[in-house]
Design a binder for this molecule. Structure first.
Ligand SMILES: Cc1cc2nc3c(=O)[nH]c(=O)nc-3n(C[C@H](O)[C@H](O)[C@H](O)COP(=O)(O)OP(=O)(O)OC[C@H]3O[C@@H](n4cnc5c(N)ncnc54)[C@H](O)[C@@H]3O)c2cc1C
Ligand code: SF4
Ligand code: SF4
Length: 390
């Protein structure tokens, strides 16, 4: 018989929120039926916190009385990976499936010129959202916008209900946006069927809500689109690196991308590259132990690695994901080509998934590290050839 689930905020606080495992995905906040969890997204902190004073920050009176929604919703709590794998795929990931379980890997892009141009890579994510709205699959999507007029480059969660809103949200920002936090707004606006667009960590939230029966939000997430991700950066990177070292002011930036280097396009047409090595010091705290590069629990995972810049590398994982992609290919909303057209991208997907999985600490519940090959020992530099005595 399955063991009774009794873990509440007290356990979540000790085992995830303060242990380094917390990604800031906000699954726990969305699931809390008593609204006693807040979410801090200022000063570079992206974390949940307990609002009630009664038992202090590390315990919850509702939890003491039997509420367990937050630990059920958390995609980093205990054996989350095999539980979610079993729920979505009917089996756990095989050790060699470094990028998670999938049905197909293709390259895809929007055929509509505007959608393609506004998208970060092939505009596939925006094309899916528009198509899913037009065909009654979803009423709204939880996405990310830029705050205010965009000049602060602060990424914020929001709801997209129209074509204009989907396109306004297109493109990638490389700081964190807990798109799950837009759930309450979407529901208040009357949406019943939602798509979540989110980083790998966020895309494990909907299946966690469902499989562990974490309350009402589960039934509204009908489509789950993940973004491949090896890290996000602290908001401070704009002032402390880009401006301080390179004189690049964020209010003059118009687009950014990461392709081996941090690429930045400026309003006056200038283009700059910042070596990723220099950016690492601004890796957001919540990403440092994250093992999921490939958004392994999304219906469709999307990324920009590979030789073809204006295509989206597309990993189709579930039945609903496949149904949507096939229908979109058939009606010409998107065009596709086999993933094997770019073997380098498939190899990089595997390599980057391994790099992320190596972060999972041995002190946490086993799972993400299964099958990860040991690091190759560094080959010592050859000893200098002795100079022959004259
Ligand atoms: C922080 C970050 C890191 C990434 N790292 C990698 C990587 O290492 N390797 C790789 O192959 N791909 C990475 N990606 C994915 C890649 O940049 C594209 O998002 C993906 O290929 C889809 O492109 P598209 O043109 O189909 O999407 P688009 O049509 O441009 O749609 C992108 C969607 O992502 C949402 N979004 C944008 N920024 C954020 C954010 N910060 N948080 C949450 N949602 C956001 C938008 O609201 C939009 O709905 C990353 C994306 C992000 C946001
Ligand atoms: S990982 Fe997500 S669900 Fe878990 S504690 Fe952190 S914010 Fe909450
Ligand atoms: S690396 Fe990406 S997926 Fe992992 S915690 Fe950071 S933002 Fe989330």
């Amino acid at each position: 018989m399955a063991e009774r689930w009794t873990a509440q905020w007290k356990e979540l606080f000790a085992e995830v929120v303060t242990s380094g495992l917390c990604t800031g995905c906000a699954g726990c906040v969305v699931a809390c039926p008593h609204d006693v969890l807040g979410y801090k997204d200022t000063d570079g902190v992206y974390r949940p916190f307990h609002l009630e004073e009664e038992l202090g920050p590390a315990d919850c009176a509702h939890g003491e009385r039997g509420c367990t929604s937050c630990t059920r919703a958390c995609p980093r709590f205990r054996s989350w990976e095999p539980e979610l794998d079993n729920h979505l795929f009917g089996r756990t990931r095989a050790p060699e499936e470094m990028a998670g379980v999938s049905k197909d890997i293709i390259l895809a892009r929007a055929t509509n010129r505007e959608v393609h141009q506004k998208g970060q890579d092939g505009g596939l994510v925006s094309a899916i959202l528009l198509w899913a709205m037009e065909h009654g699959y979803i009423d709204a999507a939880l996405v990310s916008y830029l705050e205010g007029d965009g000049s602060s480059w602060k990424a914020v969660p929001g709801v997209a209900r129209t074509r204009e809103e989907v396109l306004a949200a297109a493109g990638s920002r490389y700081t964190y946006s807990a798109n799950t936090m837009a759930y309450a707004d979407a529901v208040a606006g009357g949406a019943e069927k939602l798509a979540l667009v989110g980083m790998s960590c966020q895309s494990s939230v909907p299946p966690a809500l469902t499989v562990r029966k974490a309350g009402k939000p589960a039934r509204r997430f009908v489509l789950n689109i993940g973004l491949l991700c090896s890290k996000t950066f602290d908001d401070a990177i704009f002032e402390e690196l880009f401006e301080a070292k390179y004189g690049l002011k964020k209010q003059d930036m118009v687009k950014m991308n990461i392709k081996g280097v941090f690429q930045i396009w400026m309003r006056n047409g200038d283009y700059h590259e910042v070596p990723l090595k220099e950016c690492h010091a601004w890796t957001r705290e919540g990403c440092k132990l994250c093992p999921d590069f490939a958004a392994e629990h999304a219906d469709i995972s999307t990324g920009g690695i590979g030789a073809f810049n204006d295509w989206t590398l597309t990993i189709v994982r579930t039945d609903i994901g496949r149904e949507i992609i096939v229908k979109m290919l058939q009606d010409g909303t998107i065009e596709g080509r086999p993933g094997d057209d770019d073997p380098g991208a498939i190899e990089l997907l595997r390599k980057l998934s391994i790099v992320s999985r190596r972060r999972w600490p041995s002190t946490a519940t086993s799972g993400p590290e299964v099958g990860v090959p040991p690091k190759k020992p560094k080959v010592p530099a050859p000893a200098p050839t002795p100079v022959a005595a004259p």
